[in-house]
Ligand binder design. Structure first.
Ligand code: PLP
Length: 409
């Protein structure tokens, strides 16, 4: 299947003699933003588009076959999550699933009105909660847990909020792993227990852990809702899933037909759904793949640029590097010139405002604006890691040279 074009694969021993052309083969290290679609996922999609294009609600044979394909994919996704098929609904992705959970609990949980989340959540959670805080007539009490330098919240703070008024607790919504730093909320399992103890439902945004680590422990811990997004682990964009625990009340946000058992209306995205099913079946075999590369990248980078720091961390293949006294956008642009595609962290982190995640983690000022995320996938290679370090070293030297007058240090 199609790969990024190989323009030039020349390697030289001595870094100082490298020219722009030596860096000409693109290295994609922005996999937390989105991933290359897997070959089997593409084949499944093509088959669905060519052969199973009927509407799964159709009463004819073709409709029944399309419906069967959707149900087979639901089984595969359920196995991947570690739940039963009837607990899975297909959505358009992470943002929709998160919005659907929050909107649903508001409808089903009235008059409960305390919601707890975290300062470092994704915009899909934060902006939905902001809307409820600012635009709804009923007053909702929304609290955001702080984090320490590693990006972790504390169970004590969570309990201190939950204990205040258990009759009003509605929802605790926390991410399993952070999209910008890869920090894993290891204490999330105890957080589920606390939420239930004080009467709240629990939603986990598992978008950045799905495809990288097993999801079953979250289901076993008792979460009520769990969100995943296909395009973060080699499915196409526009497909995701939401786990809704059997028996937990749920009101749909999208109304229309009776698709997804009345929980999400709209004709099913059959090609996307079968692609998600195809990758869900094979993804667990890649869980450990990027672990070695991750360590190698950090070791080589800290030798080459000892002044840089690693912000957070935990998920294999997500490395947020703080470069001293430079601006992240200048770094990402320079890296891109040398065909290394990295990221400022998240779409919200554009412009002069620092990333809300790094600010919450109290990353020191000299690194706060200069932090760049490198994220790997099953397609990342050893050779790319080695080449990336050369490029980063060169880019940092150049960006630092030009920014010295603006940011002395
Ligand atoms: N949650 C997290 C942690 C994410 O990283 C993202 C996407 O970056 C989302 C939610 C939103 O997912 P989607 O892009 O599928 O809407």
């Amino acid at each position: 299947m199609k790969k990024l074009p190989v323009v030039d694969n020349k390697e030289t021993e001595d870094f100082s003699f490298k020219s722009l052309a030596d860096f000409a083969r693109p290295i994609y290290m922005d996999n937390n933003a989105t991933t290359q679609v897997d070959d089997d996922a593409i084949l499944a999609m093509l088959a669905a588009m060519e052969k199973n294009y009927a509407n799964p609600s159709g009463m004819h044979e073709a409709g029944k076959i399309a419906k069967q394909k959707v149900e087979e994919a639901r089984e595969d996704v359920a196995n991947f999550i570690g739940c039963s098929a009837k607990e899975v609904i297909f959505t358009s992705g992470g943002t929709e699933s998160i919005n659907a959970v929050i909107s649903s609990v508001i409808k089903t949980g009235y008059p409960r009105r305390n919601i707890i989340s975290c300062a470092t959540e994704h915009g899909a959670t934060l902006n939905k909660l902001r809307e409820i805080e600012e635009k709804w007539n009923i007053k909702y009490d929304i609290s955001y847990l702080g984090v320490d330098r590693s990006g972790s919240f504390s169970l004590e703070e969570l309990e201190s909020i939950l204990v205040k008024n258990p009759h009003h607790n509605l929802l605790v919504s926390l991410m399993a792993a952070n999209n910008e730093t890869g920090t894993i909320h290891y204490n999330l399992f105890q957080a589920v227990h606390l939420a239930h103890k004080y009467g709240a439902l629990f939603h986990v945004d598992a978008v950045q852990i799905a495809g990288k680590l097993p999801l079953a422990p979250y289901i076993q811990a008792g979460v009520d809702f769990l969100t995943i997004s296909g395009h973060k682990f080699h499915s196409p964009k526009g497909v995701g899933a939401l786990f809704i625990r059997d028996g937990v009340p749920f009101e749909p946000s999208i109304l229309g037909g009776y698709q997804e058992n009345g929980r999400r209306a709209g004709t099913e995205n059959v090609p996307g759904i079968v692609a998600l099913g195809a990758i869900a079946k094979k993804m667990p075999q890649y869980y450990d793949l990027v672990d070695g590369l991750h360590g190698q990248f950090i070791e080589m980078l800290s030798k080459r640029i000892p002044s840089c720091i690693i912000n957070g961390g935990g998920v294999p293949g997500t490395i947020n590097v703080g470069f001293k006294y430079v601006h992240r956008e200048a770094m990402v642009a320079k890296l891109s010139q040398y065909d290394l595609y990295a990221s400022v962290g998240s779409a919200c982190a554009r412009g002069i405002e620092p990333s809300h995640v790094l600010a919450a983690m109290k990353v020191p000022q000299e690194y706060l604006h200069g932090s760049v995320r490198f994220s790997f996938s099953k397609y990342t290679t050893d050779e790319e890691v080695v080449r990336a370090i050369d490029i980063i070293d060169r880019a940092y030297t150049e960006v630092r040279y030009y920014s010295k007058e603006i940011i002395p240090g």
